[in-house]
Design a protein around this ligand. Structure first.
Ligand SMILES: *Cc1c(COP(=O)(O)O)cnc(C)c1O
Length: 234
């Protein structure tokens, strides 16, 4: 296993440096450790090094891991694409979900969230790079979807999430994050109760923090390179 404690520490240092360069206070950016494809032992090692919040993209894999780690007080975020057939498992077994990009999914999550659990914490995913193939709602539809989520009884609207397209050399890495941040501030100015901007990953967290991210989702910089995705897996 890679030295998870040391790599986690290095990522925390990168976040702190980025906060300082942006003139933001230390601790204003939360770290979500993305443990998809890594086993329960890796999550346990990260937890032993002080990490509590973990992100997963594949429901079945996440449920197995959760069971193996039931003795630890972890917070689980679902960050994968959300199809209708996955909403029940997500509603029943996660604390947060970042990929809500249409009303039907939001409604199902609210209906399926068990009443004995606190409301599911929701980030609305926005397709900031405007690529037809990527998930996320159009920026122009974000306000309406946020209002729907805010009105649903078993959901709590928290913020926006985006996965910008990888930047080519010469492209401005900050531009998509800047657009996302502007949308976030606009929605807040319109009265939506948002406190979370979920943006930035291993390769671009500095650009995201410079542009107002409050939560970075970091996998490979903590846990090491992931095996290539098998063909056909979502
Ligand atoms: C896998 C994944 C990440 C983490 O990516 P890294 O490049 O390994 O940091 C972040 N967000 C989402 C939505 C992901 O699927």
């Amino acid at each position: 296993m890679a030295d998870i404690a040391a790599q986690l520490e290095a990522v925390r240092r990168r976040i702190l440096d980025a906060e300082q360069r942006a003139g933001r206070s230390a601790g204003s950016v939360a770290l979500l450790a993305v443990s998809k494809t890594f086993d329960a032992a890796a999550v346990r090692a990260a937890h032993a090094a002080g990490q509590q919040a973990f992100g997963e993209s594949y429901v079945q894999e996440a449920l197995r891991k959760r069971e193996a780690l039931a003795d630890l007080p972890l917070v689980w975020h679902f960050i994968g694409p959300l199809q209708s057939n996955k909403t029940r498992a997500v509603a029943e077994h996660f604390d947060w979900v970042h990929g809500v990009d249409r009303e039907k999914i939001a409604q199902r999550l609210s209906e399926q969230r068990p009443t004995q659990l606190p409301p599911l914490q929701v980030c609305v995913q926005v397709n900031i790079s405007d690529e037809a193939s990527k998930s996320g709602c159009a920026p122009a539809d974000a306000a309406a979807l946020c209002r729907t989520v805010a009105a649903l009884p078993r959901l709590q609207l928290r913020g926006l999430m985006a996965i910008p397209a990888p930047v080519d050399d010469g492209n401005d890495a900050r531009a998509p994050f800047q657009q996302l941040h502007a949308l976030y501030e606009q929605l807040r100015a319109d009265g939506l109760p948002l406190d979370t901007l979920s943006a930035g990953m291993s390769d671009d967290l500095e650009a995201a923090v410079a542009e107002g991210s409050t939560l970075v989702r970091v996998g490979s910089a903590i846990f090491g390179a992931r095996p290539r995705k098998r063909a056909g897996t979502p």
